[in-house]
Design a protein around this ligand. Structure first.
Ligand code: C5P
Length: 237
């Protein structure tokens, strides 16, 4: 079970991140480095975590022209991350450029390619907010369409709310990873997330990985919160 928990290290510096990861070593399968920590600590933080024996999901959500995203994907492969991601809204050619560049770079470095994951619709967005961005589809329709696009472009899976897993499975089948943030145990606050699901529900719905941040990292004792979350999940798979 532990392998499927990814803890988001949304902290301000390398020291805090390494200490938190060390504290949670027995409760998480991987740690997520996102824009906040990467902006402070740079690619070195991925290497430091990896040297400490942790797996890293590098969550930089690339979204740019195909050439730029291809080069960014190469740099992400160089860090040694086991999972990297791209905004599916960047379109087919951007996603294909990412797949090609990451695969070639991994081959050159003689290491396995990281899992390539597409971001569908941010879990912080509500249906009304999606409309405001000019999209007239429902969240579910948009997630399913983008998941198909990611699969056709050769990605390994998508990030989405667990609420959308049924439509993703219907559109893409079982052999397509679904990584789910927006995880909120009943004892934790929603914060800025909108499409939230409890960890148990996410597993029941078929999530492959659960990304959990503040319910663990902002708890008075992150280790106790992580242990509680894992205990709640015991017996669910
Ligand atoms: O603290 P919380 O559990 O809300 O953290 C969720 C993490 O997952 C954050 O680091 C956020 O950037 C990330 N994420 C997300 N929704 C997505 C993709 C990533 O919340 N669609």
């Amino acid at each position: 079970m532990r392998e499927r928990i990814i803890v988001a290290l949304d902290v301000e510096n390398e020291h805090e991140a390494l200490a938190l990861a060390d504290q949670l070593r027995d409760y998480a399968g991987a740690f997520k480095v996102g824009l906040q920590l990467y902006g402070r600590a740079g690619p070195q933080i991925v290497r430091s975590l990896t040297e400490d024996g942790h797996k890293v999901f590098l969550d930089l959500k690339f979204h740019d022209i195909p050439n730029t995203v291809g080069r960014a994907a190469e740099a992400a492969v160089d860090t040694g991350a086991f999972m990297i991601n791209f905004h599916a809204a960047g379109g087919r050619r951007m996603l294909e450029a990412a797949v090609k560049a990451a695969g070639n770079r991994a081959k050159l470095l003689n290491r396995p390619a990281p899992l390539l994951i597409g971001v569908t619709v941010l879990t912080s967005l509500s249906g009304e907010e999606l409309l405001e961005t000019g999209l007239s589809r429902t969240v579910e329709e948009q997630v399913a369409a983008l998941a198909c696009l990611c699969q056709e472009a050769g990605l390994d899976g998508v990030v989405a709310s667990a609420r959308e897993i049924p439509v993703i499975r219907k559109a893409c089948g079982r052999n397509f990873l679904v990584v789910t943030p927006g995880i909120r145990p009943v004892w934790a606050a929603d914060n800025d997330q909108r499409r939230v699901v409890t960890p148990k529900e996410a597993l029941k719905l078929g999530a492959d990985y659960l990304v959990v941040g503040r319910p663990i990292t902002a708890a008075p004792s992150p280790r106790e919160a992580a242990a509680r979350l894992l205990a709640e999940l015991a017996g669910e798979i």
